[in-house]
Design a protein around this ligand. Structure first.
Ligand code: NDP
Length: 328
């Protein structure tokens, strides 16, 4: 099979030379294993962190070893009764065309409910991140005014739509281009702005009565601006800090961090795995909205395993609207 390995650790922004396409032999199937022909793989911002040699909540990728990550595909050989030939599964061995996956690591998905790619986005990890981050980490209440950054991405676009459906008084999003801003208004955001126009002033204009919840996908100046706009007892779900992932020097904390005290703010970081128990509640609530067309989702596809490294680099640069995916 063909697979992408990490050739060297990126220094700052990843480049083509950090990745290498290889062919590898597939092992024979042992008991309780499935051979999957991958059809769609995910590229995600968290993968950038795994390319650094640092201890984190998930071990780093190893040089000369294949990368991994979320993928869906069709079972083409199986020694597991729960995974018949022809079934479609979600698993964690992306960045390769075929994968031998232990049965416990492969979840059969229902492709009559939604296209299989949805299990890597709106119905998958990013969807749960949006839902749990809003409901649990930020303790969203109806009537809250919500601001979300990275709002045209996989997580952010769902945060805004879920907040609106759950009774937010105002939903504001920021994104990196006029086209994305336009799209956010289409998705039902009350206000949206391009952060290149200046986050602090734009946020103030977009949320004249302040915000109660900030869902942070970006960090840096977005977090600083949000702290200034948060109302008393406001809450921040600290989901990501993508503005910092390619920085080679640590960035300064928000200069106004002490506002957290006087405003009684709560800043809560989270990793989606912490909220795995909310998955049934997430599917029960978001599934029907999706089926009814009340939640919309976008996907940006690239084609072929060879395009995966560039798809990942372009994701970090904002080429995607909604979930960035690679068709294999
Ligand atoms: P997205 O689909 O949102 O893609 C990333 C987006 O980030 C790009 O499209 C780009 O959009 C934006 N971006 C890149 N650089 C900057 C910058 N300097 N300033 C502002 N925006 C920038 O990815 P996901 O939805 O998968 O992830 C969104 C965030 O959520 C990430 O920070 C990720 O790490 C985090 N996350 C956290 C999880 C958790 O468990 N805590 C789980 C999943 C995701 P634009 O054109 O608008 O710049």
């Amino acid at each position: 099979t063909r697979q992408i390995v990490l050739a060297q650790r990126p220094d700052g922004w990843p480049i083509d030379a950090d990745f290498r396409l290889e062919t590898a032999d597939l092992p024979d199937l042992g008991p309780g294993e499935v051979l999957v022909r991958n059809t769609v793989m995910s590229v995600d911002p968290y993968m950038r962190g795994r390319m650094n040699d640092v201890k984190s909540y998930i071990p780093p990728f190893q040089i000369d070893a294949p990368l991994d990550g979320g993928a869906v595909g069709e079972v083409i050989a199986s020694t597991s009764a729960e995974h018949p030939l022809g079934s479609h599964v979600l698993h964690g061995l992306g960045w390769r065309e075929h994968a031998v996956v232990p049965a416990r690591g492969a979840t059969v998905i229902d492709t009559t409910l939604a296209p299989e790619s949805a299990y890597l986005g709106v119905l998958g990890m990013p969807g749960l991140t949006a839902y749990a981050g809003l409901v649990a980490a930020a303790e969203f209440q109806p009537g809250d005014a919500v601001f979300v950054s990275g709002a045209a991405g996989a997580v952010g676009s769902l945060v805004g739509q879920i907040a609106r459906l759950k009774g937010a008084s105002r939903v504001v999003g920021s994104a990196g281009s006029p086209a994305k801003v336009h799209h956010l208004r289409d998705l039902g955001f009350d206000a949206a702005f391009d952060y290149h126009d200046g986050v602090a002033a734009e946020l103030k204009a977009a949320a004249p009565d302040g915000i109660d919840v900030y869902f942070d996908n970006v960090g840096g100046d977005h977090l600083e601006a949000a702290l200034s706009r948060l109302n008393l007892n406001g809450r921040v779900a600290m989901c990501g800090a993508i503005a910092q992932y390619n920085e080679t020097e640590p960035s300064a904390a928000p200069r106004n961090l002490a506002l957290v005290i006087g405003k009684n703010l709560t800043l809560r970081g989270f990793i989606v795995a912490k909220y795995a128990s909310l998955r049934p509640q997430f599917l029960a609530e978001v599934g029907p909205w999706l089926a009814a067309g009340e939640i919309r989702y976008d996907e940006t596809f690239r084609d072929g395993l060879d395009s995966a490294p560039q798809a990942f680099i372009d994701l970090l640069g904002g080429a995607n609207t909604g979930k960035m995916l690679v068709r294999l």
